[in-house]
Write a protein that binds this ligand. Structure first.
Ligand SMILES: Cc1cc2nc3c(=O)[nH]c(=O)nc-3n(C[C@H](O)[C@H](O)[C@H](O)COP(=O)(O)O)c2cc1C
Length: 183
């Protein structure tokens, strides 16, 4: 097990490597600015925050071109990608002028673009933003959801993957009970 002290002289690749040990899903976060410009970028920082009220969070690098648009818009949508949508992930992770050219989408609340074919979509109003170092953290209240069945796209150790359930029955027992206990 490699140990690294984060004392300012460390190699940031080690921090990235350690963070990469935590697999996530992949989302495209979208918005429509007050001026009508569509913005979207690939994010794996999305996380559930609260069930009641329904809150989610994500963060964006302050260097990202779309930061001002997300701040001004006050609304956003989280589009959770399917296992077959790694090209869409790559598309929205690559800076370009209009990422929505040729991309099938429909208008959601406040005209925010919702990607067709996503596994789940969360339409949100920005509740607050929080300083997060070199990132800006968004907390959003969820106003509408849509979701289907299928396999999610997984990002693990810098690679796109699929999720495979463990086969041992003991690995799956009583998970419903754990969540029910939390209400
Ligand atoms: C799988 C994956 C996850 C990413 N997650 C985030 C994220 O959570 N926050 C972030 O700021 N950038 C993230 N990025 C990088 C952005 O998608 C990328 O910098 C994008 O170009 C930003 O778009 P923009 O500059 O047009 O705003 C991720 C990239 C990939 C491939």
């Amino acid at each position: 097990m490699k140990q690294v002290l984060l004392d300012g002289t460390h190699d940031t690749r080690d921090l990235r490597n350690a963070l990469g040990r935590f697999p996530t899903g992949v989302t495209v976060i979208t918005t429509r600015t007050p001026g009508g410009k569509l913005e979207g970028f690939t994010a794996n920082s999305f996380s559930a925050l609260s069930l009641d009220p329904p809150l989610v969070l994500w963060s964006i690098s302050r260097k990202s071109m779309s930061v001002p648009g997300f701040v001004d818009a006050g609304h956003f949508a989280i589009n959770v990608l399917r296992s077959g949508q790694s090209e869409i992930s790559h598309h929205f992770a690559t800076p370009r002028e209009n990422k929505f050219d040729g991309m099938p989408f429909e208008d959601g609340l406040a005209g925010v673009p919702l990607l067709e074919g996503a596994l789940a979509r969360f339409e949100c109003k920005t509740e607050t933003t929080v300083d997060g170092g070199d990132h800006l953290l968004f907390v959003g209240r969820v106003h509408k959801i849509s979701y289907g069945d299928g396999e999610p796209l997984i990002f693990n150790a810098g690679k796109y993957c699929t999720a495979v359930p463990l086969r041992a029955p003991s690995a799956q027992t009583d998970l419903d009970g754990v969540w029910d206990g939390l209400g």
